[in-house]
Ligand binder design. Sequence first.
Ligand code: GLT
Ligand code: MN
Ligand code: MN
Length: 395
Amino acid sequence: MAKRTKSDPYVPTPADRFTFGLWTVGNPGRDPFGGPTRPTMTPAEIVYTLGEAGGVYGVNFHDNDLIPIDATDAEAAQIKKDFRKALRETKIKVPMATTNLFSDPVFKDGAFTSNDAEVRAYAIQKTMNAMELGADFGAKTYVFWGGREGTESDATKDPTIAVKRFREAINFLCKYNIDRKFGYKFAFEAKPNEPRGHMYFSVTGSYLALIPTLDHPDMCGVNPEFAHESMAGLNFVHHVAQALEAGKLFHIDLNDQEFGRYDQDFRFGSVSYKAAFFLCKLLTDYKYKGPKHFDSHAYRQSDRKDVIEFARGSMRSWKILEGKVEKFNKDRKIQSLLKKINRGNAKLENLTKKFSKANAKALLEANLDRVKLAKKSLPYEELDQLVFDLIMGVR
Ligand code: GLT
Ligand code: MN
Ligand code: MN
C-alpha cells in the first residue's frame, strides 16, 4: 500500500467513526475446514494492532471475545485491566457490545427461541451480564444477532412461537436496560442462514416489522450487514434505505460478499464496487452519523502485518468512495441527467399527496396520456456508464 502521508485524503481519523470487532481483526484464520493460520491475539494485543492501523475510532466485543466463558474471576479481572490499559493508550473506544449466544453447545437449538425454558432463561441471564460488561467499558449500542435462532427442520419449532419468545426476551431486556440505567440503544442484525439452515428474522425488514410490536420501540433499531442481505442475493442498499427512512439505522456492519456463496465476510469494497459506492452515497447523502463497523475477516493467508493492511484498506476504501460520492454530487452531467429524469409536477403532486374527496375527483378527471408518458426518454444507460467512469477513475 502507498505510504500514508498527511496530505493523503484517504487516511481515516476517529471522526470517521470506523470500528472493528475483537472477533474480526482477532480472527486467527480458522474456517470450518481448517484450524488457525495465524497466532491468537489477546484482547489488549488486538487493540494495539488497531492502534497501529491508525485512525480507528472503536473496538466492539461479544462478552466472550473479552472474557472466555470459563474464565475465573481473577483471570477476568486481569484481562479487563490489560484491555482498559490498551484502550487508554491507543485512545480507542468501545462503542458497541453484544452477547455470544451462538458458540457454546448450550445454544445448539437457539437462545431466546430455544425450545427449552431453562436455555431461554440462561440466554437472557447471559445477556444481562454481558450488558453490564459492555456498559463497564462505555458501550452505548447493544447488538442482537440471533446466530442460532432458527431451524434446520420446521418439525422442531413453531416459527410463530419463536417470534413470541424473541419478543418476550427483548421486552425483558429493554426494561432491564432502563432499570440499570445503561442507556443502550438495541440494534438487531438479520441474517438469512449460517449457522442455522434457516434463521428467523432473515432480513433487516423482518426486524423493522418486529420493532413496532415491542414494548419499547424507540429503544430499538437495526444493524444491517452488507454480507447478509447479499448472501440471499438481495439489494443491501435498499434494506439500509428502508431502515434509514424509518429512523432505525442505529449501527451498520460493513464487509463484502459474493451472491449465493457461503458467509464470506470479506473486506469492505473487495467484491462489489458498485453496491459499495451506492451504500456510501446513501449514508453520506442522509448524513448517517453512527458507527461504521467492519464486520469482516482478513484472508486466511494473511499474517499480522497483512491484517493491519486489511484494517487500513477497509477504512481507506470507504474514504475513497466518499470522495467519489462528492464527485457524483458535483458532476454537472450526472446532475443534469438526474434533473431530467426526476420530472416533477406540482399540481399533480399536490393532488396525490393526501386523500380528500375533492382531490380524488380532480385526479379522476386529470388528463394523463399513458402513450405520451411512455414515450418520454430515460437515458439510464448514459447515466449508469457515467457512474462506471466515475468509480473507475476516468471521470
Ligand atoms: C458473527 C456474525 C456477525 C455478527 C456478530 C455479532 S458475530 O461474527 O457473523 O455478523 O455481527 O454477534
Ligand atoms: Mn457476517
Ligand atoms: Mn455482523
